[in-house]
Design a protein around this ligand. Structure first.
Ligand code: AMP
Ligand code: MG
Length: 394
């Protein structure tokens, strides 16, 4: 069986990069920039006052100045301040010519149209120089995943829209005679199709366009038709859930064969998630996830989300491991890498992590309380409390 790392590399090799599209800035949260965004102006575009007060020339404490004008945000003062003069100024307003500093209003006594500087002059000139935030040659590099502050920055650069990678279209197909969507009226031998809810949410967060197709029962014809439906929807990635092992009711591998999918691999040295498979047909990529809820979600984090990032054109796509110290001992790991459900926190002496006692791959309660996967590499010897391990936040 191939390793997780080998399988990840094979999955990523299958994924073509999607095209770019132009979208409104307000819709760009979480999207991947396709082109660099260049500033169209300096910010601030003029030297601006950082405080409410008085713009003054070269002055000292106790000097008396005539207030000759006012500069407010959006309404600058056109003149030049000369000796003995001051201009009333407000935060964000352009600093007039001739001004060397803004004295805050609390440090001034005003009588009619004159002010007296009542406090000593400080080092703080209370002026934001033109271009202090960014100059007109500033640019945000391509492939950045846009966060809320990026949207404000791009807006300040005077762009109402951005060029981003199109959202990869990901079809999600649950398979199994036992499955029913939530809210239905299950027979005693039925269970609820839960996996798509986690996977759909993860895909949305990662900037993909997921589409949950109707559940495919364990009937070859229906599975074939559902794969065709996903293709007709122009899926970039078709994900099946369940039916991935080699039991009598595990129909996905034969269905993918019938569909003409060239298989890259089937089965990996991993726990949970051993039956994972991947392949492609033309530009369409297929990922067969195991049905157990924890297996499906863990494989989603380790394989599917990196594939989405790769489709966006990103290169650094695999989950980033962090170092943490075990709070409890762990037994040796066998011939498959174990991604244990665990909780980490920042302790007084660094990051600590505790694996849950229950590691059954069907247990959603454990998964929902986990905030990381704790990696036990193949053949890892038993660990003591305080030993270091690698974790992947989820
Ligand atoms: P399978 O891989 O089809 O053998 O499924 C493994 C286990 O996961 C079985 O207990 C299935 O009932 C369960 N399972 C399969 N698909 C789903 C799903 N979409 N949501 C929740 N459980 C599932
Ligand atoms: Mg099944």
């Amino acid at each position: 069986m191939i390793t997780v790392e080998q399988a990840q590399a094979m999955c990523l090799d299958l994924v073509p990069q999607v095209e770019d599209e132009t979208i409104a800035l307000e819709d760009a949260l979480g999207r991947t920039l396709a082109d660099p965004v260049k500033a169209k102006r300096d910010q601030p575009p003029f030297s601006a006052s950082a405080m409410d007060g008085y713009a003054v020339g070269d002055v000292a404490q106790h000097v008396v100045l005539d207030v000759v004008g006012e500069s407010a945000a959006g309404h600058g003062w056109d003149g030049t301040i000369t000796a003995g003069q001051a201009v009333r100024i407000f935060t964000g307003a352009p600093v007039p010519n001739g001004a060397m500093r803004v004295v805050i209003q609390e440090n001034v006594e005003r009588v009619d149209d004159t002010i007296t500087l009542s406090e000593p002059i400080t080092d703080n000139i209370n002026i934001r120089p033109q271009g202090a935030d960014f100059k007109s040659y500033f640019e945000i590099p391509a492939l950045r995943v846009l966060n809320p502050a990026d949207l404000a920055l791009i807006a300040a650069m005077n762009h109402p829209s951005v060029r981003v990678a199109r959202r990869p279209r990901v079809a999600l197909i649950s398979t199994g005679d036992e499955l029913l969507m939530p809210g239905g009226d299950p027979n005693p031998d039925q269970i609820i199709a839960s996996n798509v809810f986690a996977l759909q949410a993860m895909l949305r967060q990662a900037g993909a366009d997921p589409n949950v197709l109707p559940i495919a029962p364990d009937t070859p014809d229906v599975l074939d038709k559902t794969l065709q439906d996903a293709t007709d929807w122009c899926a970039d990635i078709i994900v099946t859930i369940g039916g991935a092992s080699v039991g009598d009711h595990d129909l996905v591998a034969p269905a993918l064969d019938r569909f003409g999918v060239t298989r890259s691999f089937h089965k990996i040295a991993m726990r949970p998630g051993k039956p994972l498979m991947a392949g492609s047909k033309g530009p369409t990529v297929f990922l067969g996830l195991p049905g157990n809820p924890v297996s499906a979600v863990v494989c989603g984090h380790l394989f599917l989300l990196p594939m989405v990032r790769r489709a966006h054109g990103q290169t650094d796509v695999l989950p980033r491991g962090l170092n943490a110290q075990l709070t409890t001992p762990l037994p040796a790991c066998g011939p498959r890498a174990h991604y244990m459900r665990a909780r980490f926190e920042e302790g007084e002496n660094g990051r600590i992590v505790t694996a849950f006692d229950k590691q059954d791959s069907s247990m959603l309660t454990v998964l929902s309380n986990a905030n990381c996967l704790l990696l036990r590499p193949i053949g890892d010897p038993a660990k003591s409390a305080n030993d270091r391990v690698t974790i992947y936040p989820i």
